[in-house]
Design a protein around this ligand. Structure first.
Ligand SMILES: Cc1ncc(COP(=O)(O)O)c(C=O)c1O
Length: 352
């Protein structure tokens, strides 16, 4: 008997990100410049036929990563990009028709997965001034809520939670027995982390990625942090050998190369400072400086700017529509200063 999962029939997926070569890519929050070329070549130097032929082994890299995070490997589950970890958490800790609460707009896959697995996603919208209020999140948490998804910092607005706000939210989750997922894809761009919760109590997960600051989006590597009992459940959902050997090799080299992470942070910070100053100088309102992206209110039509950036300037950026008092806006990934200069020059020319 033929069978098709009904959820898939109505599920809308957008796979439009396959023709981006040759553009300055400021649309998906990657590092536009990537890792230094000599570093890449050095890492590849000892890639052997055996290395390529063999299934990837995770033990050693898990130990390196755990020690870097000052924990042990049983608190970690390696995944093929944090998008995979998020999916597993939704699959493992919510049921069909189960209620998931999350701030909107945000990383779109939370809602895609909710639909894919027939979960009920309850959105908590931003306010007109683009702030998230912890009370709104708390008010959305009912006895039947199974999962709360937070982002620290949030994409696309870059909002962050204070310790008090986070603690207030978490204490309601503990009381109502709600699992919490904190997506820290943009950790390092905003160094405040809530990882200590995932390392010290059950039912709280952190997801992180090597795609953003670590500049390895093409390799696909992320990880989930949580209590060992909970991590075991996430691990059970993983496909066999889900973690790529090249990804682990690059990630390990970044962690073990003295000064590499600091260099990536500092390049990023210089680019960010330049862009913020330039936007201020030219009278642009902006928001979202806590991640590696910025949200800009343009002076003319946002969609037209995005189209012209692509066709005339070979620069990819994104629009977001109806976002609070900003209306239709641009979201631009932040990278090294030279890329931000190129973007700013193009913006001033096109946004008239
Ligand atoms: C908030 C957030 N979480 C998770 C991801 C997924 O990252 P990856 O699957 O590359 O680790 C992204 C990607 O843009 C993101 O913006």
């Amino acid at each position: 008997m033929y069978f098709l999962n009904k959820q898939l029939q109505n599920l809308v997926r957008v796979f439009d990100q396959n023709d981006r070569r040759g553009y300055l890519r400021l649309d998906l929050n990657e590092n536009p410049g990537g890792l230094p070329e000599d570093f890449i070549n050095k890492v590849l130097e000892d890639v052997t036929p055996e290395f390529v032929a063999q299934y990837p082994e995770t033990k050693h890299f898990s130990e390196v990563l755990a020690s870097y995070l000052t924990t042990t490997p049983d608190y970690l589950c390696l995944v093929n990009g944090s998008a995979e970890g998020i999916r597993y958490i939704i699959e493992a800790f919510t049921s069909p028709k189960g209620k998931i609460v999350g701030v909107v707009p945000s990383y779109f896959m939370f809602q895609v997965y909710s639909e894919m697995y027939e979960r009920n996603f309850t959105p908590v919208p931003y306010h007109e001034d683009l702030t998230i209020r912890s009370d709104d999140i708390i008010n959305a948490l009912t006895e039947d809520t199974q999962l709360l998804i937070l982002l620290n910092p949030n994409n696309p607005m870059g909002n962050v939670y204070s310790d008090d706000e986070f603690e207030a939210i978490i204490s309601v989750c503990r009381q109502k027995k709600i699992t919490v997922l904190v997506d820290e894809a943009y950790y390092y761009f905003w160094p405040k982390t809530f990882i200590k919760y995932a390392l010290s109590e059950r039912h709280i997960f952190i997801t992180r990625t090597f795609s953003k600051l670590f500049s390895m989006a093409g390799c696909r590597l992320g990880y989930v942090v949580g209590a060992p009992e909970d991590i075991k459940m996430v691990q059970k959902l993983c496909t066999p050998h889900n973690t790529n050997a090249f990804a682990m090799k690059f990630a390990q080299s970044i962690i073990e190369t003295p000064g590499m992470i600091d260099m990536l942070v500092s390049n990023f910070q210089n680019g960010r400072q330049y862009l913020i100053d330039a936007l201020d100088t030219h009278g642009y309102r902006h928001k979202g400086e806590a991640g590696n992206f910025i949200f800009i209110e343009p002076k003319s039509d946002a969609d037209t700017i995005v189209k012209r950036m692509k066709s005339e300037k070979k620069i990819l950026i994104k629009t977001y529509s109806n976002v609070g008092e900003f209306g239709n806006c641009l979201r631009v990934s932040i990278g090294e200063r030279k890329y931000m200069e190129r973007f700013m020059t193009a913006l001033l020319e096109l946004d008239t």
